[in-house]
Design a binder for this molecule. Structure first.
Ligand code: XMP
Length: 514
């Protein structure tokens, strides 16, 4: 495996923002490696780091059960940045004092520079700015050799620094967008303190990931459930580059795809040379969904059936030892697997499969965000039709066809949805929208068509902008475009006589209706 020497080691003490630090560094072309809090100083040193970042975390350093990083980290001889819990642990290890804060400054608060020049708060950082704090403890007494470099409005130490030894502490999170100038603070640490040169490339990541997949998988076979989506497709092409035809993909058509989607997806996979088996299980899915209206029940039935169908196919593949999944970082949070994040919806994935089938899990994109996966897809030569495809939920149209699911209602939804997307493309808007789709409501209203009364269901237009699907803003679409969509749907789609627009962001709504 190729060793990338220029790196920053991030010690993860349990913060939900740790991956964001790595992402911010990737944005300025710096490679980082995340290690768990119990990594020994010896192990960290073996990576020849240019710098170390100790992340935040939910613990209190004064709690005997809190996570304890190796004090040897401060002997390695490279710059260290402690963020939030990381700053508190740095202070405690080096002889300072940490107390439970009285004026709990949670959330966005103001800090002002103090104490003269600072290596990481100087370049591009104004005298005062807004930052995100999310910990009740704070440093009350500095360790020897440190100075205060900024204070909150309540007088709490917001940052500290030992310029000589290049140790830095931030009580707030520079990696989140809510912290103004946080991006520059991380840059100052990486470039001014650690002297990184910033010449890491995504192609380095591809090379080392392919090497490590090859190394772990060896000559055994990997199975992959392809969905047509960006994440599973990019993972498959990446793994195919590593192990060729020892990757065997299965594409299950559950009958809940959009208009002509199964056919066009299969064509694209064939053109990429992927080894894919097509399984049409649509009748079985529709049979088992018959009469089901509860959203969670729908999701669970689809999840279970998917596993059954996929498992039956995968069992036919001799010597399969691995299951490839296109998990990306927001999925890890959305599915509630990170400590402290609540389950909003039972996301459809094949999560139950690895244990059930005794398969080892391969998730090469687990640390990446969607836009990075798209960049990666482009880099490994995938066509825009796949990498620019909008996210589509695993349970497909089932969660957009509210009420009971029938073949007729799905076809109605498919036609309306195709018209909406076609008109957005024609107006040049589709590529700039994160997701645009129709939802079919089980609600009938009265209309008039020609001289006749109609009594039909309604379709909702849903279009949103987002960065990572964790929050979303409804898209303001030109009225003339909406008018064309509405007229075409009512004229062309049998069974629809009313078109409405969803103008709710996330939160409070979710992107999908179920
Ligand atoms: P929500 O509706 O929770 O959706 O705001 C967030 C993002 O996830 C997609 N989504 C899913 N993706 N399996 C998936 O792979 C699912 O079960 C699922 N449910 C929602 C949704 O389209 C949006 O992009």
């Amino acid at each position: 495996m190729k060793i990338i020497n220029e790196n920053i080691i991030i010690i993860n003490c349990g913060s939900q923002y740790t991956q964001l630090i790595a992402r911010r560094l990737r944005e300025v072309k710096i490679h980082s490696l995340i290690l768990n809090w119990d990594a020994t100083a010896e192990r960290i040193k073996s990576f020849s780091p240019k710098g170390i970042i100790i992340s935040g975390g939910p613990d209190s350093v004064n709690d005997p059960d809190s996570v304890k990083v190796d004090p040897g980290i401060f002997e390695i001889g490279c710059p260290v940045l402690g963020i939030c819990y990381g700053m508190q642990t740095m202070a405690k290890i080096l002889g300072g004092n940490v107390v439970a804060g009285r004026a709990r400054e949670y959330g966005v608060t103001n800090i002002s520079k103090a104490g003269g020049n600072s290596v990481i708060l100087s370049e591009n950082i104004p005298d005062s700015c807004r930052v995100l704090m999310s910990h009740a403890d704070n440093v009350a007494e500095l360790p020897e050799g440190f100075k205060v470099t900024s204070l909150t409005d309540c007088g709490i130490i917001a940052s500290m620094e030992d310029t000589e030894r290049k140790f830095f502490g931030l009580q707030f999170h520079p990696e989140v967008v809510n912290t103004e100038f946080g991006y520059y603070i991380l840059n100052n640490f990486a470039f001014n303190a650690c002297k990184c040169s910033g010449d890491w490339k995504l192609s380095d990541w591809v090379e080392s990931t392919i090497d490590s997949i090859r190394e772990s998988v060896g000559k055994s076979k990997v199975v992959c459930g392809l969905s047509g989506g960006v994440d599973s497709s990019v993972s498959a092409v990446l793994v195919q580059k590593a192990i060729g035809d020892n990757l065997q993909c299965v594409f299950v058509n559950h009958g809940l795809m959009r208009l002509n989607e199964p056919e066009s997806v299969m064509k694209e996979y064939e053109s990429l040379g992927l080894n894919v088996k097509y399984v049409d299980a649509s009748e079985r899915f529709l049979r088992e969904l018959d009469g089901v209206t509860n959203p969670e029940e729908k999701r669970k039935i689809i999840g279970r059936l998917f596993i059954e169908v996929f498992e039956a196919e995968a069992k036919k593949i001799d010597g399969a030892e691995w299951l490839l999944q296109g998990t990306i970082y927001p999925d890890v949070i959305e599915s509630g697997t990170k400590k402290g994040s609540a389950l909003i919806k039972s996301h459809h994935n094949v999560g139950g499969l690895p244990e059930k089938m005794n398969l080892k899990l391969l998730e090469p994109l687990r640390d990446l965000f969607k836009d990075e996966v798209r960049q990666l897809g482009k880099l490994i030569g995938m066509p825009d039709e796949i990498i620019q495809r909008q996210p589509f939920p695993g349970p497909g149209l089932a969660v957009r066809c509210l009420g009971a699911i029938t073949k007729e209602r799905l076809d109605t939804l498919r036609e309306a949805d195709a018209i909406f997307r076609e008109e957005l493309k024609r107006a040049g808007l589709y590529a700039g929208i994160w997701q645009a789709f129709c939802v079919l409501l089980p609600v009938k209203s009265v209309g008039v068509m020609g001289d006749s009364r109609t009594y039909n269901e309604a379709v909702v237009l849903r279009a949103i902008h987002s960065q990572d699907a964790m929050t979303a803003e409804w898209s303001r679409i030109d009225y003339d475009v909406l008018d064309r969509v509405s007229k075409r749907i009512c004229n062309e789609v049998k069974g629809i006589n009313r078109v409405v627009m969803d103008v709710t962001s996330k939160p409070p709504a979710t992107i999908e209706w179920e």
